[in-house]
Write a protein that binds this ligand. Sequence first.
Ligand code: BGC
Length: 767
Amino acid sequence: MKDYFSKHRSSDEWLIKEHRWDKKLQPSRESQFALGNGFIGSRGIMEEVPFDARPGTYIAGLYDKTGAQVTELVNLPNPINLKIISGGERLGAGTMDILHHERALDMKHGLLTRHTIYRNSHKKRFDYQSLRFVSMRNKHIIAMQVCITPLDEAATFTVENLLDLSVTNVGFLTEGNKKHFRVEGVSQFDTGEYLAVKTLEKGMLIAYGKSMIIEKGHSSRFARHVTTQIKLRKNQTACITTIFSIFTSDNKDTKKIKPVVKGFLRKSANMGFERILKEHIASWDRLWQASDVRIKGAPHDERSLRFNMYHLLICGREGNGESSIGAKTLSGEGYRGHIFWDAEIFILPFFLYNRPNVAKNMLLYRYHRLNKAMQIAESRGYKGAMFPWESAATGEETTPAWAKNFDGSLIQIRTHEMEHHVTADVAYAVYQYYVATKDIRFMLKCGFEMIFETARFWASRAGYNPKIKKYEIKHVIGPDEFHEDVDNNAYTNSMVYFNLMAACGMYQKMKRLYPKEYRRLSKKIGLKKGEVGEWKRIIPRIALNLKRNGLIEQFDGYFRKRKVKLRNLKKHPIPPIPRSIKLKDVGKTQLVKQADVVMLLYLLPDKFDIKTKKKNFYYYLKRTVHKSSLSAAVHAAIAAEIGNIKMAYRYFDVAANMDLTLLYGNTDDGMHAASLGVTWQAAIHGFAGMKIFNETLSINPRLPEAWKEISFCLKWQGYNLKIAINHTKVNVQFYSKRKDFLKIKVYNILRKIEADKAYNFPRKRGG
Ligand code: BGC
C-alpha cells in the first residue's frame, strides 16, 4: 500500500511513535501528541474521536468561568471530528478491528501522521492514512488530510466532518463537566462552513471556518454539505483535505468577524494544502535552527530532550504583545490552564536564550497585570505589587479553594494565602531577561517598574524583629508545599534579598543613565529616595537561615521536625513517601515535596560556594520525595555543578522522560510545562555548564560519560552564539553584523572573543 505521507515524515530520531492502539493510553497520548503554535493548542486525538477520547482545543489566554470553582482555560468546539461510514459501519478505533496501526508525532515539523488498517464485521479491510498540523506559519490555521482506500472490494463512504459542539471542560473534583460557550451563528458559504460561539461569562467571540475538499484521481471538489458521499473501487483512494481557521475577537461583533473568517478561508483554500504545509514546515525548520540541541553519543537523550523542547515550542508565542504559558501548556486542562511561577522560573529561560521575544511576551503578560497585583497587595494591607499564586486572564488570584491530594482526598488549598515567593520570581525573571538581552526599551517601559513595585511589596511584607536584629518574612509557604505557614523560608527570603538588590541596582542605573525616564517613572509610581534607603537597610538584615555548619535551614524550626531519611536513592531516585507516614502528617516531618533549598542553590549560583552547595544538596536529597514534576531536573543541574555526574544523569533521565514514561500518572491532563523547561535547563545550565555569573556568560561543562558532544545555539545580548562542547574542549563562535567582540568565561577564565571566529578552548588537565 502506498504510504501517502512518508515524503513529509522526518527521520526516526525526530519521531515519537505509537505502534498499537491502547484505549487505556488514549488520554496520555492525546497530550503527548498535542499540536500547537502558541495561539492554538490542539490535543492529539484520533480523528474519529473514539469513545472516551478527550478532545481539547485551547486558545492561549482564553479563560472563562461558569459553573467552575474558578476561571479556566476554555475547551472550545472540536474541529477534528471525522466520521467515515461504509455499509452502516463506522471506521474507527473501538468500532472496527484494527489490523495495523501506527501514529507518529514528527517533532521536527509539528506533524501528526497516522496509518491504520481497519476491518469491518464482514472481514473487509480499509486503509486509513492521515496527516494533521496546526500551522506554525499562520496562527489561525489547522489543516488535515485523510486518505481512505477500500482494500478488498468497492465501497461507498459517507464522510461527515462536523465541528463538534458537544465538547466540555472535564471539570475536576466535584464540579462535573462544564461548557463555557454557546452558539452564536452557523452558516454555509460556497467554499465551506462558518460557526461562531461566545463564551458565557466574558462574551468572547470565537469564529471557525471550515472547508473540505475531496480528491479522487485527478478530480477534486469542495464538499458543500456537512456530509458527502464518496464511491471508490477496490484499491482506489480518496483524499479528504480539511482546512480550519479559528479567529477570536473581544469586540464581540459577529458581523465583523464573519467576513474575516470567510475571506481567510477562501484564501487558504486557494493556496492549497501543499503550500500551507510547505510554509508550516519552513517555519519549523527556522525554529529548530535557532533552538536545537544536538547530543552526540546519546541519541535517546537527544530525542527525549527534543520531545521536551517540541512541547515548549508549540506554546511559545511571539508578536501579539503578551502571552504566558500555563502549568500544563495548551495540551490539557490540568491546573485549569493557570499560570504559576512555573512560567518565569522554569519555562522562560528556554525562550530567553532561544526566542527572546517569547520571553518578553511572558513578562508583558505580568506587566499588563501589574495594576491587579497592586490591588492584591493593597487588599492584604501591603504596598507595591503582589502577583497571585495562580493567574489567568485578568491577573486576579485564581487558586481554587479545593484540590485533590496525592491519595485522591480533597484538601483545602492555602497556597494563595501564603505562597508569596512568586512575586520575587517574577522580578528575578525580569532581571534575567535584562541581563540576557540588554533590552533597555523593555526595561524603561515595564521592567524597572516591575522590579520597583515588587521590591516595594517585600519592604512592606518583611517585618523587623529587634530581638534578633533581622527582617523576617512570616507565614509563608515555600516551594515545598508540605510545610504550610512557616516563618523565614530560606528560598523566599533569599529571593526577596535578590529582588531588593536588583531594585537598588536598577534604581542607581536608571537615575544615572536615563534621568528623564527615571523622573517620569518616579513621578508615576511615587518612588522616593527614602524608600530605596529602606530597601538598602533591609538587604543585609534578611534572615537567610545559613547555619554555622554550612546547612541552610529550610525555614525556622525545620531541623526540629521529625527526622526521616529516604534510602536506596540510587535505585529509586524518586522515592515514595515511607508507608509509616500518613499524608496528613507529612508536614510534621522533614520530608520535602520538591527542590526548595536546592532550588535556591540553583537560582542564585554566585551566592553559595561549592562546599555549601554540596552539603545542602546531599542533606536535602535524602529528604526530598519529588512529589512535584518541577524537582528532578533542578536536582540534575545542581548534581552536575557539584560534580556528581552519575547522579545528575539519573535525574536528567527522569525529568527528560517524565511525560513519555507517564511518571506522575497525570500526563492525561496535559504536559508538565515546568519540567519541559527545566529539563532544557539541566542540559544547558547543568551539563553544558552555561551560567550567568555577575552578568557574564560562563561555560564550565561537565558532560555525562555517554555524551560525546553537546552543541547548541544561544541568543546572548543580541548576538547568536554557537557552542559545541566535548570532554576535552569548548568550541565557541558568535556572529555579528557589527565588528565586535564579547567577553565570556570558559573553564573559569575570562576570554575575549571576536565575532565570526571559531575558538577552541581546551580543558585543563584535572579541570
Ligand atoms: C507544585 C508547584 C507548581 C504547581 C504547578 C505544584 O504541585 O508544588 O511548585 O507551581 O504544581 O506546576
